[in-house]
Design a protein around this ligand. Sequence first.
Ligand code: CP
Length: 284
Amino acid sequence: MASHFKDVINRPIKKVPSLRDITIANVFFENSTRTKLSFELAEKRLSADVVNFSASGSSVKKGETLLDTVNNILAMKVDMVVMRHSSVGAAHYLSKRVDARIVNAGDGTHEHPTQALLDSFSVNEKLGEVAGKKVVIVGDILHSRVALSNIFAFQKLGAEVMVCGPITLLPKYIESLGVKVELDVQKALEWCDVANVLRIQLERQQIKYFPSLREYSLYYGIDKSRLERLDKEITVMHPGPINRGIELSSDVADSDHAIILDQVENGVAVRMAVLYLLAEGIKP
Ligand code: CP
């Protein structure tokens, strides 16, 4: 389905009428560049009507609750809500309380399901298949919603998954998810076919963490010299935003190893597929 929509958005006329007369609200309580814009583009390319809501500048600032906010949006005859929220489980909470399709566009440190779908789609596109591939997720696993969704998606598709990062940035339960754990980034890179590199989520850290950014960059930062020490080519991914020079150097981020902008391009097609499938049953 996503491959079909990728063909669609590469045509001179990028729109299809699939979601005509469906109204979708993009409700973002946290900042976003890629997810917000790609959902909006996906909706418009499916011919849905689109409204955008940001918590800043809204009546959330006057104390309105999440449930009241979304119920008021739905009262305006909105059919689906795409939501990003800082609280773990916010999308699930809403889905149990309102009569509308709710799409999780990232809930705090928990999950980012459409990111995992576009990441696995991008690996499949680059390497031919996901099954049997070795994927390492490097970085701040503890505070990352991309990490958990990536672990579930890549395992489901038959990849072996490893996580790599400082012990202070790995959740205590990580081994119960059936992933390998490696503290040495060079060994992790030697093992993998694909490295999905995550940023340090300073905004989510409750306490001043160890290591410092300088130490992180020294021990875990991935640069060209690390890749040159490998006896094979690996694929480098990053969900964005990149903190250049910390988790990833520009000479890797902008190299042929990286599929970072392919991930972004694929985000539109994958989100078109998600919205199309979720609209089953409400299409006029
Ligand atoms: N990958 C991702 O979720 O990026 P944004 O925060 O910019 O949406």
